[in-house]
Design a protein around this ligand. Structure first.
Ligand code: PGA
Length: 227
């Protein structure tokens, strides 16, 4: 299975999310047997997107490390079950601006799996071992990983496909062949060059996913390889 994930980050009001859906006509382009297209929208837009199309694959961008309870401001995995199929966990922006630690990432992964939400766990090369060590083999079987080099995120300076493939191979070796996505300045122009690499199973797209036309171009580039 290949994956294409739109990570909208902290962007898009409900009307903007609706407009994106119409402009991208994503509903008619949706997931196929070999490609899962996933929209990681802000919490506020998720119920709305689900209402517009119940078959749309959605992801949260984060969730609470705790069960539902007295944790003001947190969204628990239980609240997200039946709404999302996936959740991004441990994105470098969360590690950087919200002091998310590997221990917290592990707790969030546990919560997600408890409610049958598949975690997409973000990793970066200098820390691969400590970041992956948090998970035992029975947990790893249920995870998707995303290699997201810090310097490439939002910079317009993607990693080279060759290097991304090398790191993805390393992650696969350490995780008994878990799926590995690449994220960091993916664009319609470079999407294909990453997807043709043997160890890259998909793309996590930030900036370019905000524009419906750009995102569909990335999707089309991937579909061309599939054929
Ligand atoms: P970018 O973000 O595509 O804007 O570089 C990727 C990400 O942070 O997931």
């Amino acid at each position: 299975m290949k994956y294409l994930v739109a990570n909208w980050k902290s962007n898009k009001t409900i009307p903007e999310a609706t407009l994106w859906l119409h402009q991208s006509s994503i509903i008619s382009h949706q997931s196929s047997k070999n490609l899962e297209v996933i929209i990681a929208a802000p919490f506020t837009a998720l119920p709305h997107l689900k209402k517009v199309s119940s078959s749309l694959k959605l992801a949260a961008q984060n969730l609470s490390p705790f069960d539902s309870g007295p944790y003001t401001g947190e969204i628990s995995a239980e609240m997200l079950k039946n709404l999302v199929d996936y959740t991004i966990i441990g994105h470098s922006e969360r590690r950087r601006y919200f002091q998310e630690t590997n221990e917290m990432v592990a707790k969030k992964v546990k919560q997600a799996l408890k409610y049958k939400i598949t975690p997409i766990v973000c990793l970066d090369e200098p820390y691969l071992e400590t970041q992956i060590q948090q998970f035992n083999n029975s947990t790893i079987r249920h995870l998707i990983f995303a290699y997201e080099p810090l310097a490439a995120i939002g910079s317009g300076k993607p990693d080279t496909p060759e290097n991304a493939n090398r790191v993805a191979e390393k992650i696969k070796k350490m995780t008994n062949q878990a799926p590995v996505l690449y994220g960091g300045s993916v664009s319609p122009e470079n999407a294909k060059s990453f997807m043709v690499e043997k160890n890259i199973d998909g793309l996590l797209v930030g900036n370019a996913s905000l524009n419906p036309g750009e995102f569909i171009k990335i999707l089309q580039a991937i579909r061309l390889i599939e054929q």
